[in-house]
Design a protein around this ligand. Structure first.
Ligand SMILES: [Zn+2]
Length: 389
C-alpha cells in the first residue's frame, strides 16, 4: 500500500512520514481511528515504507521486491493479527489469526485494505459471535519477536481491532510492548480505545485520526464508481457522517437501482395524475400506498437510499429539460421514465420537490414513521403541481 492511496487526511500522513524521516518512530503505536477510517491501510503503508529499498521523501517505491511482497500482504516481516474464532473448518481450541490469513488477505486486498469488522465477521462465519485476538496469537507474537527480522529491517506487527484483544492474551504482551526488540514496530488499530486495558494503552503512543473531509469522500466515491453522478456522490457523502465505508455501502447496486427507479416512476406518475385530476384508476392511490408500505418495510439505510436516489433522478430530469443532455447520461430505463414525467418537471417544481424530499430524508433519518412521511410527501408534491384556481 502506498501512502498516496491511503484515504486519510494528508496532515496525518505527513506527521507519520516526518517522524520516520527524523528517526522518531515510537515502537508501539495506537492508531486511534474513527469509524470507517482507513487505519489498516495506513498501518501497512507505514510498514511497507520502513522496508522499501528505494523510498522517496514521502512514499514507498512500489517496485522493489519488498514493495511487491507488501502489495500482496505477503512480506515475511509483516505479521497480521485480527479477530478470529472457531468456525466450521477450524476448531475453537486451534483458532488463531494464521489459520485465517488467506481469507483475511483476500478480503483486505479486494477492498483496498479499507476494511470493517462486521464485514470480516460475515466472511469468518464463526459459530461463536465474539471473535478475538487470542492467547495463541499473543504466543505467536512473542515467538516471532524473539527471532531477527527476515530482511534485516523492520518487523511490523499489526493488530487490527486491538480492542478485541482477549483479556487472557493482553497481559502476555505488556512486557514486549514496553521493551520491544530492536527493529520491531507494533501498530494497534482501534476505533474503541475505551474498551482496551489501561495497561496496554499506557504502553503505546496514541496516533489520533482526524476526521476525513466530505470532499475527500466524494472524490474517492467518484474514483471507485466512475458511473456515479457528482450529485449522487455529493448526496451520499452528506449522509455518511465522514465515514467512507458508510458512504461506500450507500452506493446502490444495479438491482436496487432498478427497484428505486421503478418506485420513483410509479410514485411520481400517481402524484401527477392526482394533481391534474385524472380518473381514479389512473391515479391508482391504493397501489401507491402498497408501494409506500414496501419501502417502509426496508431497513432504514435502504429507505434513505431510496430518497437519495429519487432526489438524484429528479435533478437529472431537470438537467435534461434544461437541454443539458450533453452532461447527463440517462440509461434506457431512465429515459423511459423521463418521457412519462418530463412535462411535470418544471424548474419551479423540481426546486419545491428538492426541498420537500430533503425534509422527508431528514425525518426518515431521525427514525420518523416512513409510511407517514412518504404519504405526506405525496400530497405535498401533488399540491405543488395542482393548477391554481
Ligand atoms: Zn519499494
Amino acid at each position: 500500500m502506498l501512502f498516496k492511496d491511503v484515504l486519510v487526511p494528508q496532515e496525518l500522513k505527513s506527521r507519520l512520514l516526518q517522524q520516520i524521516r527524523e528517526g522518531r518512530i515510537s515502537h508501539a503505536q495506537l492508531f486511534h481511528c474513527l469509524p470507517g477510517s482507513h487505519g489498516f491501510g495506513l498501518a501497512v503503508a507505514m510498514a511497507q515504507y520502513l522496508c522499501c529499498e528505494h523510498p522517496s521523501e514521502d512514499d514507498s517505491c512500489g517496485e522493489c521486491p519488498s514493495c511487491k511482497q507488501f502489495a500482496k500482504l505477503e512480506h515475511p516481516d509483516l505479521h497480521l493479527y485480527f479477530p478470529n474464532c472457531g468456525t466450521k473448518e477450524v476448531e475453537s481450541k486451534n483458532c488463531e489469526s494464521s489459520q485465517f490469513i488467506k481469507e483475511f488477505r483476500d478480503y483486505a486486498l479486494a477492498n483496498n485494505l479499507h476494511i470493517d469488522l462486521s464485514e470480516w465477521m460475515a466472511i469468518l462465519d464463526g459459530e461463536n459471535k465474539q471473535p478475538s485476538i487470542n492467547i495463541r496469537d499473543a504466543s505467536n507474537i512473542l515467538h516471532f519477536n524473539s527471532i531477527r527480522p527476515y530482511a534485516g529491517r523492520y518487523k511490523t506487527y499489526i493488530l487490527w481491532c486491538a480492542d478485541r484483544l482477549h483479556h487472557d492474551a493482553a497481559p502476555k504482551l505488556l512486557k514486549t510492548l514496553e521493551e520491544p526488540e530492536e527493529g520491531s514496530l507494533f501498530i494497534l488499530i482501534t476505533d474503541k480505545p475505551e474498551r482496551m486495558l489501561a495497561t496496554i494503552l499506557s504502553r503505546t503512543q496514541e496516533v489520533k485520526f482526524p476526521r476525513l473531509s466530505n470532499e475527500a469522500i466524494e472524490q474517492a466515491l467518484l474514483q471507485e464508481h466512475p458511473d456515479l453522478s457528482p450529485e449522487m456522490a455529493h448526496n451520499i457523502t452528506l449522509h455518511a457522517d465522514h465515514n467512507y465505508l458508510k458512504a461506500r455501502r450507500s452506493y446502490p447496486n444495479d438491482e436496487l437501482s432498478e427497484q428505486m427507479l421503478d418506485s420513483f416512476s410509479q410514485f411520481m406518475q400517481s402524484v401527477v395524475a392526482f394533481a391534474t385530476r385524472q380518473p381514479l384508476e389512473t391515479v391508482n392511490y391504493n397501489h401507491v400506498q402498497m408501494l409506500i408500505a414496501d419501502i417502509a418495510a426496508l431497513s432504514r439505510e435502504i429507505q434513505k437510499q431510496h430518497l437519495l436516489f429519487w432526489l438524484d433522478t429528479s435533478r437529472k430530469f431537470l438537467l435534461m429539460k434544461a437541454n443539458q443532455d450533453a452532461i447527463v447520461k440517462l440509461t434506457t430505463q431512465e429515459q423511459e421514465v423521463y418521457e412519462k414525467l418530463k412535462n411535470a418537471f418544471t424548474l419551479r417544481f423540481v426546486s419545491q420537490l428538492n426541498d420537500a424530499m430533503n425534509t422527508a430524508l431528514q425525518q426518515v433519518a431521525r427514525n420518523g414513521s416512513t409510511a407517514l412521511i412518504l404519504t405526506d410527501l405525496y400530497f405535498q408534491l401533488a399540491a405543488f403541481l395542482t393548477p391554481k384556481q
